[in-house]
Design a protein. Structure first.
Length: 252
């Protein structure tokens, strides 16, 4: 493990020991595996609109130029560079493991704040009934044999997507977190959400002041890799959860 005055660089995820010695009420965690300049736009939007005590934890994964990210480091913005790369599920779990906050918001670097999206979420967490709160999600489509998710708008849902998913770290870890076999992000959020539901956690979808820029993780990933990894994860979902309708929330 090596460090500069601004951030830590490691060859592999297992070399990380901590990401911050400070504590914050909530942290926004971003997994960035390229397109650093675009991720900076997301980071800057958080700084502009989120409360000043919101931390930003960045995992830069892979051997690419992280200077644009390093230039964003300040008292609440933390960068860890894993040069050897790491799967999405493992990176997400380590954001939870090393979280400097009781609430972690795992969000895609394509997600842009247009106003304060943190305060309304934290207000909802005060109700002490929600484990995960997010921007987009939905209900498992049981008529489609669990093969799809239907967006039914704000309210209690089965699934929250990783564009923006805030979670109580204790509840997320208690549900065994994300599957480390999920090398790619797609469908890993569905698998995680159903783990939370199986553990009796509740998920809430909200209208939040967010928008999505170009989603490089989908559009700029090799289609064969994208489709193969997505299918692997969804096959695991079907094997483990399909037919267990008792873990789903009431249909609406």
């Amino acid at each position: 493990m090596t460090s500069t005055s601004r951030y830590i660089t490691v060859e592999r995820m297992g070399d990380v020991r901590r990401i911050s010695k400070f504590k914050y009420p909530v942290t926004c965690g971003l997994i960035v595996d390229g397109f650093a300049e675009d991720a900076v736009l997301s980071i800057q939007s958080i700084k502009k609109f989120a409360p000043v005590d919101t931390a930003i934890a960045i995992f830069a994964t892979g051997d690419f130029d992280v200077l644009p990210l390093a230039n964003e480091i300040d008292d609440r913005t933390i960068l860890t560079h894993i040069k050897g790369g790491v799967g999405w599920g493992e990176a997400a779990n380590n954001l939870l493991k090393f979280s400097p906050s009781p609430v972690m918001v795992i969000m895609d670097p394509s997600t842009i704040f247009t106003a304060d999206a943190i305060s309304p979420v934290m207000k909802k967490f005060e109700e002490d009934i929600w484990s995960v709160i997010g921007w987009h999600g939905g209900l498992i489509n049981v008529e489609d044999e669990w093969r799809s998710v239907t967006d039914v708008g704000p309210g209690e849902v089965d699934v929250i997507f990783s564009y923006f998913m805030a979670m109580k770290v204790e509840d997320a870890v208690g549900a065994s977190g994300f599957n480390i076999r999920a090398a790619y992000y797609r469908n890993a959020d569905i698998e995680f959400s159903l783990r939370v539901r199986q553990g009796y956690g509740r998920l809430l979808q909200m209208d939040l002041p967010l928008e999505q820029a170009r989603h490089h993780g989908y559009y700029d990933t090799d289609p064969d890799y994208r489709d193969a990894q997505s299918k692997k994860t969804y096959d695991r979902i079907l094997d483990r959860f399909r037919g267990k309708n008792e873990i789903l929330v009431p249909r609406r």
